[in-house]
Design a protein around this ligand. Sequence first.
Ligand code: C2E
Ligand code: CA
Ligand code: CA
Ligand code: CA
Length: 272
Amino acid sequence: AKSEGRGTFRFFEAAMDERLQARRGLERDLRQALSDGALSVHYQPLEDCRTHRILGFEALVRWNHPERGMIPPSEFVPLAEESGLVMQLGEFVLRTACRDARNWPDPVKVAVNLSPIQFRHSDLPATILGILEEEGLPPHRLEIEVTEGVMIDDTERALAALTALKAAGVRIALDDFGTGYSSLSYLQKFTFDKLKIDRSFVQLMAENRESLSIIRTILALAKSLDIAVTAEGVETEEQRTLLKNESCNQLQGYLIGRPVPACELARFYEPA
Ligand code: C2E
Ligand code: CA
Ligand code: CA
Ligand code: CA
């Protein structure tokens, strides 16, 4: 029994080792990808609910791995956060997004997701404003998307960074609204420009009374606070009509358009 126990232990040890090695390998590949251009940015349109006009695009990072093919951001963004690569990743996405957005007509905005880890650096606002300046994009055309995770480690620092960016004209959206634990308390700490309703609510809205009630409540709250609302994950005409009837401001989802490379966006807007 004793030797059997040791065998089991060795087995786990070997499995752990393998996982750790796979992770280290992926981390090494990500570092490489950041320097040799294997990362790219795709864009998904956001439309005005009433007029169907395109208001902007959300930048979503993509990794085309030489052996594994497309790796979704849900797999490598957390890895970048744990391994210290997220600053470099974040700068790459922001710079690429600003450069691409310069080719779009003036009111069309670009939205960029920021990791809470990026807010640990006190010079984040200066870095962002520096990139806007270097790429020649006016601050009012950038929207940054943060989740409530941003307020968790160092609320004061995060608030200072958001306030500085907002003062410079950058718009600030609260992403995945409704999925966290304390979204409401953040609304009294900072005046967000926009709330993005998580797609889990939109997906259930048509068949689930509770989801529809939650969406109505978020819309009423946002209206009274004078904050715009985007509904995420809109996939059907039925969802689009329901959201329009509820006076939602903006829609995003596969129905309006999937994320695509910058070169495929011209069909969404009249060129500048
Ligand atoms: P998110 O910010 O909530 O982005 C929306 C996600 O929903 C995207 O997944 C998008 O492709 C997907 N989506 C959009 N419309 C629909 C729809 O109608 N149906 C369904 N089923 N899905 C839809 P993606 O691109 O895989 O990104 C996943 C998450 O990874 C993002 O969630 C965001 O949290 C993170 N992420 C992506 N790019 C970046 C980045 O550049 N920086 C950081 N820090 N995080 C990023
Ligand atoms: Ca987002
Ligand atoms: Ca979201
Ligand atoms: Ca999400």
